[in-house]
Design a protein around this ligand. Structure first.
Ligand SMILES: Cc1cc2nc3c(=O)[nH]c(=O)nc-3n(C[C@H](O)[C@H](O)[C@H](O)COP(=O)(O)OP(=O)(O)OC[C@H]3O[C@@H](n4cnc5c(N)ncnc54)[C@H](O)[C@@H]3O)c2cc1C
Length: 375
């Protein structure tokens, strides 16, 4: 749109394959009005919660309608920055049919958009001995299994299929998902307006508003939260009580938007073991640091990701990645670290994460109108 020449490369066969390949139950956790893309919004008949394959189709159509320059089945094989000429020399290999074509480019900028996070957090730290072949990571998970390690959106999604969740360390911020009723859609703030308001809010003001919103959501969800606590589930209310969004902004995880898992935990249909380090993965289950054992046919590790910078290191090598700063979370001025801004390396940018933050604004609005009504 800005008349900047660009080429998008992706290693998968089709646009959206990174969604198609995930576990079949995956449905977006946010309602559609949180997820709109720039230039072309989801159609008005779109379901409130988008199934992953439908999202993949939308992305493919989006790229076609906007005539985006995308090469799939393409891998970058080398990238070197020329400080004198101020451009990159990039070699890519593109597969078409049986043929692999090698091309060299000289872009002034590279944007790494490989997802919000970095390398898989697996095997987890703290000297685990992984002697067994009973486990799978959530990234390669496809079908129901029995025991699950980790606790955040993906692990809770999978647990609904009837497993035990084991959470070693974390406290989790639960947040009830908005009810999927169509009239609610019409009451949302226009997405562009919400974006503008949100992005122009100084972070401390935004945090103060979110503290109020989180307090209201805790009040609304009291019965669920008490039930979870009774079931042995440790909860928190986000950084300084600012709820889910600030946990997402600062940590990029540690929360769960309830798609049904909470009630199953409360009813004892999903069992929880929390606060115990795993000492060893056994051929038939897990051994914990306190000596207790848990038998399992299969274990899914939903142990999250490392910082996005680790992915840059893997793709571009340690020398190029050395000056890069950690991505996400806030800097001393309350701005997002490194994402969408100077990365520490000339001509190199990080882009990732959720498409927009309109939802935060919708929450803030709801919260404010409640307070205004009270006043
Ligand atoms: C269960 C779940 C529910 C979610 N629900 C929502 C929601 O409702 N709303 C929302 O806004 N967000 C949601 N998110 C978060 C959202 O999925 C991510 O923030 C978003 O997908 C990030 O988009 P992205 O384009 O930055 O990266 P991705 O969608 O991860 O795309 C990265 C692309 O890079 C390619 N790639 C990676 N490495 C290489 C390489 N070396 N060479 C070539 N190509 C490469 C991959 O093939 C992929 O196509 C959810 C996430 C999960 C796990």
């Amino acid at each position: 749109m800005l008349k900047v020449e660009s080429l998008v490369i992706d290693r998968e066969t089709r646009i959206g394959d990174n969604w198609r390949q995930r576990y079949k139950q995956l449905i977006l956790h946010d309602p559609v009005w949180f997820d709109h893309m720039p230039y072309i919004q989801f159609p008005s008949h779109w379901p409130v919660f988008t199934p992953k394959d439908k999202l993949a189709e939308f992305f493919e159509a989006y790229a076609m309608l906007l005539e985006l320059n995308v090469w799939t089945q393409t891998n970058m094989t080398s990238a070197k920055w020329d400080a004198g000429k101020q451009y990159w020399t990039v070699t890519v290999e593109r597969k078409t049919g049986d043929k692999i074509e090698t091309r060299t480019f000289h872009p002034r900028h590279i944007i790494q958009a490989t997802g919000h996070s970095g390398k898989k957090n697996f095997p987890p730290s703290r000297g685990w001995k992984t002697s067994a072949d009973v486990y799978v990571t959530v990234q390669s998970f496809r079908e129901p299994t029995l025991t699950l390690q980790g606790n955040a959106p993906s692990s809770s999604d999978l647990a609904i299929q009837g497993m035990t969740i084991i959470d070693v360390r974390g406290l989790v911020r639960f947040h009830r998902r908005h009810r999927p009723i169509r009239p609610l859609l019409r009451r949302q703030a226009p997405v562009d307006d919400a974006d503008l308001i949100l992005w122009s809010l100084p972070r401390p003001v935004h945090k103060a508003l979110q503290q109020q919103a989180a307090a209201l959501s805790i009040e609304n969800d009291r019965a669920t939260l008490e039930g979870l606590t009774k079931a042995g589930f440790k909860l928190d209310s986000g950084p300084d009580g600012a709820g889910l969004f600030f946990k997402y902004f600062q940590r990029g995880g540690g929360y769960y938007i309830d798609v049904g898992c909470s009630q199953l935990i409360i009813d004892g249909k999903i069992k929880i073991k929390q606060g115990q380090e795993i000492a060893e993965v056994l051929p038939n289950g897990l051994l914990f640091a306190d000596g207790s054992r848990l038998e399992a046919d299969e274990i899914v590790f939903a142990t999250g990701y490392k910082n996005m910078r680790t992915q840059a290191e893997e793709i571009f090598g340690p020398e190029m990645a050395a000056p890069l700063k950690d991505v996400w979370g806030f800097d001393e001025e309350g701005e997002w670290r490194t994402m969408w801004r100077r990365s520490g390396h000339p001509g190199f940018w990080f882009m990732g994460a959720t498409s927009r933050f309109a939802g935060t604004m919708a929450d803030t609005w709801r919260c404010r109108s409640r307070h205004w009504r009270k006043a």
